[in-house]
Ligand binder design. Sequence first.
Ligand SMILES: C[S@@+](CC[C@H](N)C(=O)[O-])C[C@H]1O[C@@H](n2cnc3c(N)ncnc32)[C@H](O)[C@@H]1O
Length: 194
Amino acid sequence: MNDEFQASRPPALAALERDSLAAGFTMASEPRTGALLRSLAASKPGGALLEFGTGTGISTAWIIDGMDSAARLVTVECEESHAVIARRHLGHDPRVSFNVDDGAEFIRSLGGRKRKFDMIFADTWPGKFDHLEEALKLLSQGGFYVIDDLLPQASWPTGHAPRVPALIADLERRSELVLCKLAWSSGIVVAVRR
Ligand SMILES: C[S@@+](CC[C@H](N)C(=O)[O-])C[C@H]1O[C@@H](n2cnc3c(N)ncnc32)[C@H](O)[C@@H]1O
C-alpha cells in the first residue's frame, strides 16, 4: 500500500495548490491528512462541519470532497489574502460558508448555536492551543475533533514544541473524549465525543 498516492483528488485541488504556491502559502495540510478529513466528512451525511483556519482552502477542498449534498461546512480564516484563494476556487459551492474573522471571535459567535458540529478540524491556534474548551462545547455526540501538525515541523516557532504534549495531555484528561493518536502524516489526533 502506498498511502502517498490518492486515486482521486478534489477537483479544485490542482488549482488551489498552484495559487497557494504562487502566494507563498506553505502551511497547507498534506494529501494524507486531506484524505483522512475527506473520509471522516463522508461519514457524516447531512452533517454540520466546522474548520478553523481555512488557509487557502486546500483542507477545505478535501472536506468538501467527502461531504454529501445535505452536509454543510463553516470555515473561518483571519487573513483575507488566504481566504480569497479558497473562495476563488470553492466559493461557488452553496454548502460552504466562508468567513474572514479572528477564530477566537468566531468561536464566541457560535456559542449560542443550537446545532452542534459533527466534525471540527481545528487547524489554527483558536480551537486548538487556545479556546479549546469553547471549541469542544460545539462538538456533537459522536462528532470528530481533528487536529494535525503534532509531529515536529520545520515551521514551528521557538517555544511551540512544549505546547503539543500539553495539548495532548489536556485532551487525554477529558473523559468525554475517545482519542486516537496517529504518528502518521504531520501527526494527527482524532477525538470522538462519547
Ligand atoms: C495551518 S494554516 C491552515 C491550513 C489549511 N487548513 C490547510 O490545511 O490547507 C493556519 C491558518 O490559520 C490562519 N490563522 C492564524 N491565526 C488565526 C486566527 N486567530 N483566526 C483565524 N485564522 C487564523 C492563518 O492565516 C493560516 O491561514
